[in-house]
Design a protein. Structure first.
Length: 340
């Protein structure tokens, strides 16, 4: 998936759907599909707050910047933590896919199911300030994920979606086009990174960079025993001497390190199942749980969730894009109803 498709002048006047995630922002343009995927990171001049870099270029600066440059993740746990930086970042992304700066695009933007009215309004205001046409439409992430995953949300039967993102895990039971019961667990992929980093710091007195930690999570950390456990070398800085150092860590240790946040995610799924009407629970037992989101790519997560719930788990194709796809589908429907 390219970061951004070139020459997207055809986006002028078309609807845009934005999956404004804690870790990654994905933009869908009506008639084009997913055209942009960038880390939700911005780099600014520490003195003037001038925007220096956004997305992947800004992420590469994390841990490498001089004192006059600061890198910021403007979203935390699925909600806006820094309004000003988020507006600048989103404006930049819109400009990448919408070349006519005088035409304001229609926008659908995703929010966690547990968001407060104040937090929701903040998201809408950020989008408006960034150049979107009023009103900015809101869609809850679990519904967008279910639509994007191809779940028959309009059917009179229960479906469960578990969307593991960067800042939150969205769990919902859906029937007849609506969310019957949902839970927004503010634990997700970023928490896996943090617990890995904390474990290495505590057990080995080794400081590990953010990007190195993410690579460890993606390549070697699992939620379920691996067919063949490995011993890996992790580079970092010795917290005692301050000198570069490398340590050997077993993949079993890494699995144990993420066990606590994993248990919180699983508890959220179990609590949602407990709160669902018995008829819908029976439907889910038959159809299974749909697992989506970028965080769902953690090795063995589907197997762990199936073992803990005694329900089969369906791995969604392209899980990191389903929220954007579902949001994009809603822009297509709005355009069809509007006759344009």
């Amino acid at each position: 998936m390219p970061r951004v498709r070139n020459n997207i002048s055809s986006a002028v006047g078309r609807g845009i759907a934005v999956d404004l995630g804690t870790a990654t922002t994905i933009v869908y343009v009506r008639g084009e599909g997913v055209v942009l995927e960038e880390p939700s990171v911005a780099a600014l001049d520490a003195r003037t707050d001038r925007l220096l870099a956004v997305g992947r270029n800004a992420k590469e600066m994390i841990g490498r910047t001089p004192a006059n440059i600061r890198t910021v993740r403007p979203l935390k746990e699925g909600v806006i933590a820094d309004f000003g930086v988020c507006e600048k970042m989103l404006r930049y992304f819109i400009q990448q896919v919408h070349s006519n700066r005088f035409a304001k695009p229609r926008m659908v933007i995703c929010v966690p199911s547990g968001i407060t009215p104040v937090e929701q309004r903040a998201v809408q205001e950020v989008a408006e300030f960034a150049g979107a046409r009023r009103p900015v439409f809101i869609i809850e992430e679990p519904m967008a994920a279910a639509i994007g995953a191809g779940v028959a949300v309009q059917e009179p039967s229960g479906s469960m979606i578990v969307d593991v993102g960067g800042g939150t895990t969205e769990v919902a039971v859906i029937s007849l086009g609506g969310i019957v019961v949902s839970r927004s667990v503010r634990v997700a992929g970023d928490d896996f990174d943090q617990t890995i980093s904390d474990y290495i710091r505590k057990e080995y007195s080794l400081g590990v960079g953010e990007q190195t930690t993410e690579q460890i999570k993606v390549k070697y950390t699992s939620a379920w025993p691996l067919a063949e456990e490995m011993l890996i070398q992790i580079p970092g800085r010795d917290l005692v001497t301050g000198l570069p150092k490398s340590v050997s860590i077993n993949t079993i240790e890494l699995r144990e390190a993420v066990d606590e946040p994993l248990n919180e995610v699983i508890a959220g799924v179990q609590a949602t199942l407990d709160a669902a009407p018995p008829e819908l629970t029976a439907d889910i037992m038959e159809s299974g749980i749909h697992l989506a989101g970028g965080g769902s790519r953690l090795l063995g997560l589907a197997e762990r969730l199936a073992a803990e719930t005694a329900i089969k788990v369906n791995r969604v194709k392209n899980p990191q894009y389903v929220v954007a796809y579902g949001s994009g589908y809603s822009t297509e429907r709005r355009a069809a109803f509007a006759g344009r």
